[in-house]
Ligand binder design. Sequence first.
Ligand code: SAM
Length: 237
Amino acid sequence: MAQKKIQRFEAINSFANVLQYPEGISGKWKDFFKNENPINLELACGKGEYTVGLSGLYPERNFIGVDLKGNRLYIGALKCLKNNQQNAAFLRIQIDKINEYFFPAEVAEIWITFPDPQLRTSRAKKRLTHPRFLRLYQKILKSHGLIHLKTDSPVLFRFTKLVIELYQLPVHAYSEDVYGDPEISRELSIRTHYEGLDIAGTRKTLYLQFSLPESPLPDHDAQLQELVKEIEKPILV
Ligand SMILES: C[S@@+](CC[C@H](N)C(=O)[O-])C[C@H]1O[C@@H](n2cnc3c(N)ncnc32)[C@H](O)[C@@H]1O
């Protein structure tokens, strides 16, 4: 591991706002934050631009950036420590286990910011808006809690729209060009590291805001997989 990475991994061990695979934290976040304010997650937060930005905008809410990579979390965590943003924290875990770290309805909203689009169709199950993940979010989200997806990947965006349609999820906001809107909100104006990289090469940021039903999601997963294979089939010329 590069020297800088090692130093950052060591540093977060002593950061009061970073929790790494904490045991017994579910249901206890109000003790951690010392208040009962609503908890918002930023999944796949990387350097945590949304956690830093939103916790600054909304001091009456709590924000938790979630990622596996400690050297990335370090950046956001250090900013929050320097700014004394006590309503922000960072959780280093596998998102696949997110329901082990929160009680049912302990989370008010979820932001998913520029997650890996997992472009290979065979990896669609790893996309953070796959029903496999939505079922985990359903376990921890308050009823009608919002999910925000910000991405530059047309593939992930199209996939998420397909999931929304197939599982009949309510959509609350939608944009195919976030920065083309002259009345862009303060939330959506926050730019992330990966956003700046424009990996998809479209120079467009896409946004979806939706919610989940209270009843369990139906099992259309096999049908979804077939549709994805069909839609994402490479065009042979
Ligand atoms: C493309 S980066 C985006 C980072 C940041 N949101 C941004 O926009 O700059 C995706 C992030 O998701 C994290 N990630 C991917 N799969 C994960 C998982 N299963 N559990 C935890 N983190 C994950 C990676 O470590 C990486 O930091």
